[in-house]
Design a protein around this ligand. Structure first.
Ligand code: ADP
Length: 380
């Protein structure tokens, strides 16, 4: 079984190993993910530890299981693996499962925590043969650190500084064979040389409602609060395709059910609590709706550049792009054009609360003013 070593980090999946790193990392953190939640996520049993317990993502699990088996049969470490997808979809969880299935130890850290080459060298030299180093938010490594990672990934070597002052030089140090698992919210954030050094690159997709319902039932069971199948589906449906959110909502719905004296969460209990929490029937929360309404009201439905939108909403650009947008795009409430974000008819109808209350946004005209910097943006 894999042993887990959290190197210099309390909850590396959130990237907050030091106060400074925490500040940086907060830019891409799910803003609703609380400290309490981070602790609860580490609660024994909540995070699935085996491939078989990891709900959904069937194609991904099939592929990774083959790569794990093949590497084990060859007696080699798993190839370097990059996992990408929005926050809370299970990248850290999958890294831990990979270590366990490989029968190796996992060392966890995050891009903002690896502030300089010395810290990276510390992590790499601490790895035992075959161990797995997980770097969350790997796109946040500095260019200098990233560069030292190249030789570690490719040649199993790192240059260590020796001596001081005028006699300072570097000495190559051979590392034990290891696997790097990097996680990022978007591969486009990664530099091409780093991306190319991963032999396995896999995305984690938003989950289907039924899969989230399974996660909800499992979590409710772990919390010791029974839930009906319909109750679980109601929470799953409103969880933005994201297990972390499903787990969070399950706890909050449980609170409402408990205080209302229920012994089991029924569909009506779930719906009542979620309405109270401001989560609408499509799973959108107040910020999602504010994004759509702001684009409609302030920018005529769009297109609007992400910088202008972030400034108007007073939300960090990274949070908008990593936490909110992916789901709004996936559900067809928003589209990204080369000139910026645009609310769809579906999005307009949704915030209007009916099918006809809001004039649909105009289609983009060539020559519409967009943000500088949005021009030619290809990461759509
Ligand atoms: P990420 O690293 O992508 O931000 P995590 O791996 O930290 O996401 O997952 C967030 C939470 O969601 C974890 O606590 C875990 O319990 C739960 N979770 C994620 N993926 C799954 C899954 N496939 N099945 C069950 N629970 C999951």
């Amino acid at each position: 079984m894999a042993r887990i070593r959290h190197q210099d980090t309390e909850k590396p999946a959130r990237g907050k190993p030091t106060a400074r790193a925490s500040e940086e990392a907060s830019q891409v953190r799910d803003p609703d993910a609380s400290e309490e939640e981070a602790r609860l996520e580490e609660r024994p049993g909540l995070r699935p530890m085996r491939m078989a317990d990891y709900i959904g993502q069937e194609p991904l699990k099939r592929k990774l299981s083959v790569f794990v088996q093949a590497a084990r049969e060859r007696g080699e470490p798993l190839d370097h693996t990059l996992l990408h997808g929005p926050p809370g979809l299970g990248k850290t969880t999958m890294a831990q499962i990979l270590a366990r299935e490989m029968g190796v130890e996992i060392h966890l850290t995050s891009g903002p925590a690896v502030e300089h080459k010395g810290i990276l060298a510390g992590h790499l030299t601490a790895l035992g043969a075959g161990d797995l180093l997980f770097i969350d938010e790997i796109h946040r490594l500095t260019p200098a650190v990233e560069e030292s990672l190249y030789s570690a990934m490719e040649d199993g070597r790192i240059d260590l500084p020796v001596g001081e002052g005028s006699r300072a030089r570097t000495m190559p140090f051979s590392l034990a064979p290891f696997t790097l698992v990097g996680a990022t919210t978007r591969t486009a954030l990664l530099s091409a040389p780093l991306r190319e050094r991963f032999q396995i690159v896999e995305g984690i997709e938003f989950y289907r409602d039924e899969e989230l319902a399974q996660i909800v039932s499992r979590t409710a069971g772990l919390l010791g609060f029974p839930i009906s199948a319909k109750g679980a589906l109601e929470i799953g449906r409103r969880s933005r395709g994201t297990p972390r959110i499903a787990n969070r909502l399950t706890r909050r719905v449980r609170d409402f059910a408990q205080v209302r004296g229920r012994v089991r969460i029924e569909e009506t209990d779930a719906a009542f609590a979620l309405d109270e929490l401001g989560i609408d029937g499509e799973g959108l929360d107040a910020t999602d709706r504010r994004i759509l309404v702001t684009i409609l009201d302030m920018f005529d439905g769009g297109p609007v550049g992400v910088e202008a939108l972030a400034a108007t909403l007073s939300e960090p650009r990274d949070t908008l792009e990593d936490v909110y947008e992916p789901f709004l795009l996936q559900r067809g409430f928003l589209i990204r054009t080369p000139r910026g974000r645009q609310v769809t008819r579906k999005g307009a109808r949704h915030v209007a609360g009916d099918d006809g209350g809001q004039t649909p946004p105009p289609t983009p005209q060539s020559g519409d003013p967009g943000d500088e910097g949005e021009q030619g943006e290809l990461d759509l």
